[in-house]
Write a protein that binds this ligand. Sequence first.
Ligand code: NAD
Length: 381
Amino acid sequence: MKIGTPKELFEGEARVAMTPSSAQQLQKLGYDCVLESGAGVLAGFSDAVYAEAGVEIVPNAAALWEAADIVAKVRQPESDELKYLAKGKTLISFFNPAGNEEGMEAAKAAGSNVIAMEMVPRISRAQKMDALSSMANIAGYRAVIEAGNNFGRFFTGQITAAGKVPPARVLIVGAGVAGLAAIGTSVALGAVTYAFDVRPEVAEQVESMGAEFVYLDFEEEQQDGSATGGYASVQSEEFRNAQLAKFREIAGDMDIVITTALIPNRPAPKLWLEDMVKAMKPGSVIVDLAAERGGNVEGTVKDEKVVTDNGVTIVGYTDFPSRMGAQASELYATNIRHMMTDLTPEKDGQINHNMEDDVIRGATVTFEGEITFPPPPPKIQ
Ligand code: NAD
């Protein structure tokens, strides 16, 4: 069978779902690989490098979709791509099944099988295919770099002949995958790093990375996230007030704030309010990684960078993985390749779409003309 990757249509998207090295691995599974000409250019991979890795190059999207039995891409397909779905073809990409009725109906009507990468169950066995985590890791790292780029000072403290420079103080709100990557990067750059999360079980991890966990002055225990499978749930009013009071207390001391707080299937909680932004010093920077889902910060403008009247820069970009196209493509293509390994147990270049497998079942959102989303809860934890 042939596996193919088209050029991403989304304006400015630099990622590509197949890299020359992932193509070589896919060939070891018995597949032939095909690529739309130019699909890897923004990620730094020319057609020539793919050709050297044994990939057939075709001139346009129509030829790519025609040639490939399995299409791997990054972004959910646009209307122009949905027309190519057909019986016997498998699509593997982010697909947003809960908010993409057009795509789901098109895939069902066409009889295409769709594997949605955001639906890969977050269990240990599936970590190698967990594209949400791969991309969150990049976003967390890049958020710190972006903050540094907008911050006119050092992260690390220095004693120089020209004077003593204090280290930057960085607060990371939300210590999930993106937050932990941001903590690691901030600590590595030498900033004094603080972190907060509603899940107290991450405190130890935060401290082991060299950051300081921000504890609340709160009578009851902080929320126990284990009841919600490791994810955060909505907080009580008292808890939220204690959290806001703590943020208010420390806002003026922070040079950089990176917010990553999300609650599954809900808008992002507003945690850094206007008065906290006002309390920050001129030249301070906020990066709101939750901008896609409405933002954690009052004043975030999605996909833009704004500077407030008191000189605080708020970055609301939502394309952090694409800003690191080469790295993001390597990791995403590797996630796809691992998915293909599980779909090809015989390594014979033939897809075996085993709906008895928890991971494959969980990620499959349409199968043989049926909508198979949402999946049953996974058996293995
Ligand atoms: P996420 O992107 O859903 O949320 C980011 C963080 O925001 C979370 O840590 C959450 O607790 C926090 N948050 C929510 N509301 C907050 C608030 N009001 N104030 C401060 N912080 C708040 O998280 P994620 O990165 O997807 O990770 C969620 C969980 O899933 C973690 O336990 C993580 O370890 C786990 N996980 C498991 C796997 C796996 O086993 N394969 C993979 C990835 C993540």
